[in-house]
Design a protein around this ligand. Structure first.
Ligand code: G3I
Length: 379
């Protein structure tokens, strides 16, 4: 039994015993921890690390309450956007390390692990990266050199200060084939191998991960396993796979998530849940759930049913869904080393704006008042 639950059960038992003996409700008041006294990192301490994504606004001090909650609740951090290419390296000769430096320092001061996100991605990468001075596509060699320079500058800067890197992000299609991108078109499918090699050279002590969404899907799982095995067969270090886990109340079927965890672990690398959130909002029919950020549908009120608060029965469903997810993660805590939520609280989560901007979603374990949700103690 989980330690917290064990403690709670004992305390409950003692309190009912006390009530039975002297009938005094006052004396029998259980010394249960109120939800606000629990912390996520303590609750899951025996199972895995518990993390959150931190935004530029949060780390640069505009939202100190969020940062206090992050420090209290989580023991590993990921920058939500600050280390993406377009943010940290917006122009050829321009790097902007302000938010990234602040986050590295914050993680160090609080003795917490920082996971860099992300070095090579088809998205959020400026067009100039792929072009020469005349705006013509770079050659394979020139793009490889640009990739290497970027990885040296960014991963090299934080060598020994960043625990791990999402080296390549979202390189697979839903059917498990390699996504066509400027990286794959100009360099070829081996751009992934080069990204991992360059990351190893730049930050030899960092763990190196592949990160993607919908990795529960059997076809995508097969593609990811092929990707991992290809690197392994060539002696290129890959230490882990990040399953993003942008879920909803009815998607995915959790047995698929479990099958994927088992299958990825069998390749010998770490498995992490890297961007967990569970949307309670209806998803437009016919669209692919996941995290394809190019999806941007006009706001329709029928898809935004809870702008003024979440009905308690839906909150209960969310709690049950989270419990089902965490039951599987705890069952496989020998394989799962980290569970990171994609955001601190419901007040600031990308899910309020995807796939439609301006909705009110409730996907995290911390509510808009920065309080842990009532069901957290059951997880
Ligand atoms: O900061 C600007 C603001 O100044 C401007 O007024 C506003 C206008 O649109 O945009 C703001 O930037 C937005 C930024 O989020 C901060 O809110 C960008 O437009 C928006 O594209 C960006 O979205 C991020 C998205 O990745 C794309 O980078 C989300 O915050 C972030 O949560 C999301 O994270 C991704 C992971 O990196 C990879 N996996 C999927 C996950 C969810 O899409």
């Amino acid at each position: 039994m989980h330690k917290n639950k064990f403690t709670i059960a004992i305390l409950l038992g003692m309190s009912s015993l006390a009530l039975g003996c002297n009938g005094s409700a006052e004396q029998s008041k259980p010394t249960l921890k109120a939800p606000e006294q629990l912390t996520l990192k303590a609750q899951f301490k025996e199972h895995f690390k518990i993390g959150t994504a931190i935004s530029r606004d949060q780390i640069l001090g505009a939202l100190p309450e969020d940062l206090n909650v992050a420090k209290a609740q989580f023991n590993t951090f990921t920058p939500e956007n600050s280390m993406k290419w377009e943010r940290i390296h917006p122009e050829l000769e321009t790097y902007d390390f302000e938010a990234a430096d602040a986050l590295v320092q914050y993680a160090q001061e609080n003795n917490q692990e920082l996971v860099g996100h992300t070095l090579v991605w088809h998205s959020q990468t400026p067009d100039w990266v792929f072009e020469d001075e005349q705006g013509e596509p770079l050659t394979r060699d020139a793009l490889l050199m640009r990739m290497q320079n970027h990885i040296n500058a960014v991963a090299g800067r934080y060598k020994n200060r960043i625990f791990a890197w999402d080296v390549v992000n979202e390189a697979l299609n839903e059917d498990g084939t390699l996504r066509e991108s400027k990286w794959s078109t100009i360099i070829g499918d081996d751009f992934i191998e080069y990204a991992f090699k360059y990351a190893k050279q730049a930050a030899p002590n960092a763990k190196l991960y592949y990160n993607d969404y919908n990795l529960y899907k059997p076809e995508k799982r097969a593609g990811a396993i092929a990707l991992i095995k290809n690197l392994q067969s060539k002696g290129i270090e890959i230490d882990g796979i990040g399953m993003q886990a942008h879920y909803s109340l009815d998607n995915p079927e959790l047995s698929l998530m479990e099958d994927s965890i088992v299958a990825y672990a069998a390749t010998g690398i770490d498995v992490m849940i890297t961007e967990l959130d569970i949307s309670v909002l209806p998803f437009p029919e016919g669209e692919e759930q996941g995290a394809d950020i190019s999806l941007d549908i006009a706001l329709q009120e029928r898809f935004n049913p809870y702008p003024n608060g979440l009905p308690s029965e839906v909150n209960t469903q969310l709690g049950e869904r989270y419990k089902a997810v965490f039951d599987i993660l705890k069952k496989h805590d020998d394989k799962v080393s980290r569970v990171t939520f994609w955001g601190i609280s419901d007040a600031r989560t990308w899910r309020n704006d995807w796939p439609m901007q301006g909705r009110t979603d409730y996907p995290l374990l911390i509510d808009r008042e920065l309080k842990l949700k009532s069901f957290v103690s059951d997880l």
